[in-house]
Design a protein around this ligand. Structure first.
Ligand code: B16
Ligand code: MG
Length: 216
């Protein structure tokens, strides 16, 4: 019997690549504001909450705005982002994601989405994978952003398991750090040099060996 009973998945960068749509929407806003912004700058936005991204964008342009203006601009970006999500379909699942979710169902491993995105339910529905998850913890349910472990602890709680019985799948350093702070086993998705502290790192979920993971 494995010590792991549940898998907690980040969404963007682990299950699907919505980062490119975030980028298009932030780029549109940056162009409107006359702030230089490119795909490299967009890296800093991954796994980070919408309002924090808004603040970062203003910092990139050495600009300031009051809270009301920040919310207005972030809302505008979100409307564009949601428009782009209309084209999202199963072809944009990242390699191995569907196979791992199916394996979880076959083996009786519980599953949760633990994402900073307030759009997570919409994205799951567009990808037609809502039914693969026993719980969805998203940006609407948490008050503290990663590296705070709140989103993962809530995931474990909703699934009725202990954090020590979970595995986190995460592509952002902040998410990896959140797992480490609670001694939760972390599978990093991406490059090892970007995810120090993860227990193992794979390029994407197609490289995951669930059998060995369950014996870890
Ligand atoms: P929203 P994750 C994160 O998703 C994205 O990586 C990040 O770029 C985005 O700003 C954040 O969600 C909030 O998204 O504006 O849709 O609420 O990686 O935590 O699944
Ligand atoms: Mg992510």
């Amino acid at each position: 019997m494995s010590r792991f009973k549940a898998f907690l998945f980040d969404l963007d960068g682990v299950i699907c690549d919505t980062a490119k749509y975030h980028y298009l929407a932030w780029k549109r806003l940056a162009d409107m504001l006359g702030i230089p912004f490119d795909e490299k700058a967009n890296e800093a936005f991954k796994g980070v909450s919408r309002m924090r991204c808004m603040e970062l964008l203003l910092e990139f342009g050495n600009r300031t705005a009051d809270d009301e203006e920040k919310v207005r601009l972030a809302d505008m970006k979100n409307e564009w982002y949601v428009e782009y999500l209309h084209d999202l379909d199963r072809s944009e699942l990242l390699p191995g994601a569907l196979e791992v979710l199916e394996e979880c169902r076959r083996r009786g491993i519980k599953t949760a989405i633990c994402s900073a995105s307030k759009n997570a339910p919409l994205i799951l529905s567009r990808l037609e994978i809502t039914d693969y998850f026993d719980a969805v913890i998203d940006g609407n349910k948490v008050t503290k952003a990663k590296p705070d472990p709140e989103v993962f602890l809530l995931g474990a709680k909703e699934l009725g398991v202990e954090p020590a019985e979970c595995v986190i799948f995460e592509d952002s350093l902040a998410g990896v750090q959140a797992g480490i702070s609670e001694n939760i086993f972390v599978v990093g998705i991406g490059k090892p040099e970007n995810l120090p502290g993860a227990d193992i790192v794979v390029e994407n979920l197609s490289y995951l060996d669930v059998d060995s993971l369950l014996k870890a």
